[in-house]
Design a binder for this molecule. Structure first.
Ligand code: TXA
Ligand code: MG
Length: 323
């Protein structure tokens, strides 16, 4: 059973030995291993039950560290890194061959991120390798935003969970790649698309339903059973679903029902993002047949929240994945 503690040196000691440990980041908890050590990377895929065609993000201390693992950084990527690192931004950059094929699923680019969480920063300062880390959940399940969520799913398979408290952002990082130096957002996340565009101008948007567009459909084998989620106007949905056996995920309105969560009573998108995965997790565990959810306003972090809700709704209608 995993020990849970806040010892960065213990986490570093295990990582140096080639083991995988769960670590806090400001977005969600990650399942980390030495990205340059193929056995450790293989163990990440194994523990997560993740197909190896779905590449991992490497986590580095800072921009100079990132430069050790990528061939070149396009100008807009450099501008974004200088503005948003450390923080919830992942950049897809041409990789150096020191990064094992297994990390990138054979792609020419590697996903690189510099996490802001103080414990992640301390840990990266202690080790002399980058940390490959996907979200620390079983493949297809919700990302964990607390150490105990990691323990529930992976506690039997890893030696240590570095507890850094609840994740302050609560949504995974925003992923930006470059096609002929032109920026493209591949995943909406903890940094709003508008904030990225404010720095580098218009970006493309290519959100794939499966994380690896080259392998559509293969992911359906990996989803886990969960409650059906229906997205729409709660007032309308409550005309069709029984109020007392439905879980309600509202943005701010209190429906006075037994199984409900309010993402942000004050209507704040940051607060809503921070609570999203926790509340979905709690609603899934309640004695309800279905979860009814309403979309957030389609702007800023609301777009990333809605992206996750749409995936959750699609997952349950037609088996899919949260990633
Ligand atoms: O906030 C985060 O990004 C968290 C924390 C732990 O850092 N990590 C995370 O990792 O969400 P993961 O593995 O759950 O999601 C990474 C996504 C996947 O959809 C993967 O397909 C995509 O990044 N990805 C990784 N490398 C890629 C590449 N070279 N090209 C395209 N997509 C890539
Ligand atoms: Mg994930």
């Amino acid at each position: 059973m995993a020990r849970i503690g806040s010892s960065v040196s213990e986490a570093a000691r295990l990582l140096v030995r080639g083991e995988v440990v769960a670590i806090p980041t400001e977005t969600v908890y990650g399942l980390a291993g030495n990205a340059l050590h193929v056995e450790a990377v293989a163990r990440i895929f194994e523990v997560k039950e993740r197909p190896t065609f779905d590449p991992l993000i490497i986590h580095v201390l800072d921009l100079p560290a990132a430069q050790n693992y990528v061939q070149h950084i396009p100008k807009p990527a450099l501008v974004l890194a200088e503005k948003f690192w450390p923080g919830p931004l992942t950049l897809l950059l041409p990789r150096k061959s020191i990064i094992p094929d297994l990390v990138t699923s054979g792609l020419d680019t590697v996903a690189v991120r510099c996490p802001a969480h103080p414990l992640a920063q301390q840990l990266l300062a202690l080790v002399d390798f980058p940390l490959a880390a996907p979200s620390a959940n079983k493949f297809g399940r919700l990302s964990p935003t607390q150490a105990k969520h990691v323990e529930e799913q992976l506690g039997n398979e890893i030696p240590y969970i570095l507890d850094g408290g609840p994740c302050p952002i609560g949504l995974e990082s925003t992923i930006v790649g470059f096609e002929n130096e032109q920026p493209v957002i591949y995943r909406l996340g903890g940094i709003a698309a508008e904030d990225i565009e404010a720095v580098i101008g218009k970006t493309g948007l290519q959100l794939h339903s499966a994380s690896n567009p080259r392998a559509p459909g293969q992911l359906t084998r990996h989803y886990a059973p969960r409650k059906k989620l229906v997205l729409g106007s709660l007032e309308e949905l409550l005309k069709h679903y029984p109020a007392h056996s439905s879980g309600i995920l509202s943005f701010r309105k209190d429906f006075g029902l037994p199984y409900q969560r309010l993402l942000s009573p004050s209507g704040n998108l940051r607060e809503a993002a921070q609570h999203l995965f926790l509340y979905l997790r709690e609603l899934e565990a309640m004695p309800v047949d279905v979860i009814l959810a309403e979309p957030a306003e389609e702007k800023g972090l609301g777009r990333a929240i809605n992206d996750r809700l749409r995936r959750a709704a699609a997952t349950t209608a037609q088996p899919h994945t949260y990633e």
